[in-house]
Design a protein around this ligand. Structure first.
Ligand code: SF4
Length: 278
């Protein structure tokens, strides 16, 4: 059986290569992942193909392989994202499951609204995200008791309020966030030290990576959301997987610490923090 073959060839990274501080962070994240499996049993991780996803994929497949990793192919991803899916498979000798939109629904919607109908208005855009992302995501987490996310405290004021384990009332399962205490620099140090594959769009100014027609590079200092659905108002730029929290007025967006990316190009973190949002 193919999956059995892949499991036998599971290749985890050598975490002893990490600095003591990074190893400590990794150990705490591993502990949270193991605890989630012990408590909830059936746990999954939605790989967004961004930088945090590379760390979580390495920790999960290297140390806590009971957690199923999946990704959603909306049909409109960048070529770099498809290349990364293949790179990940080559590195770890196993494939993450890919979920696709329900074909008949998508065909009907495109027939009615056009191939780029999501540009016609907020409702159309949210409907497209619902068909291409949320419906496959709901299918992927069906029957699970917890899902893992790569959100971090320094990503935004909203995410600064996140807890390691939360009840996700929208999807009806627990939400585990083992990277909350990691900085952008920690993420890239981990990727660099262990020579992990990563999405090459990060080298080209994309701190947040989603569908190709709805994501663009941002300038240094810009909010990363400015590269997602840029034709919309800033407060609507979410696909629905991580609804925005209501914030107290005193809490402000945190500044992103700069970090050098692998490959020598301009640091994605110099532009803004990346987010683990599919
Ligand atoms: Fe559709 Fe754009 Fe949402 Fe992708 S990001 S699902 S193309 S609206």
């Amino acid at each position: 059986m193919l999956s059995a073959f892949f499991n036998i060839n599971l290749r985890g990274s050598d975490l002893s290569a990490l600095s003591p501080a990074l190893r400590d962070l990794a150990d705490r994240s591993i502990e949270q992942l193991r605890s989630a499996v012990a408590v909830y049993g059936s746990v999954c991780y939605a790989n967004s193909l961004g930088s945090e996803s590379m760390v979580l994929t390495d920790l999960i497949w290297g140390v806590v392989p009971e957690i199923e990793i999946f990704t959603v192919d909306t049909g409109r991803l960048f070529p770099e994202s498809y290349a990364l899916i293949d790179e990940i498979q080559q590195r770890y000798g196993r494939a993450m499951r890919v979920y696709y939109p329900e074909a008949a629904t998508l065909e009907e919607w495109v027939a009615a609204h056009g191939i780029n109908g999501f540009r016609d208005g907020l409702e159309e855009r949210r409907t497209c995200c619902g068909i291409r992302k949320l419906e496959p995501f709901r299918r992927a987490i069906a029957g699970r008791r917890a899902w893992v996310t790569g959100i971090r405290h320094t990503q935004s004021a909203s995410r600064a309020l996140a807890a390691p384990v939360e009840w996700d009332a929208v999807y009806g399962l627990h939400k585990i966030s083992p990277l909350l205490d990691w900085s952008e620099q920690d993420i890239w140090d981990y990727i660099r030290t262990l020579s992990l594959p990563y999405n090459r769009l990060h080298d080209a100014g994309f701190p947040s990576i989603g569908c190709a027609p709805c994501t663009r590079a941002v300038q240094a200092g810009d909010d990363e959301r400015s590269g997602r659905w840029w034709w919309e108002r800033a407060d609507s730029r979410e696909c629905g997987l991580h609804p925005r929290r209501k914030l107290k007025p005193a809490i402000r967006e945190s500044a992103a610490p700069p970090a050098a990316p692998p490959g020598g190009a301009e640091a994605p973190a110099k532009r803004a923090e990346s987010r683990d949002t599919p």
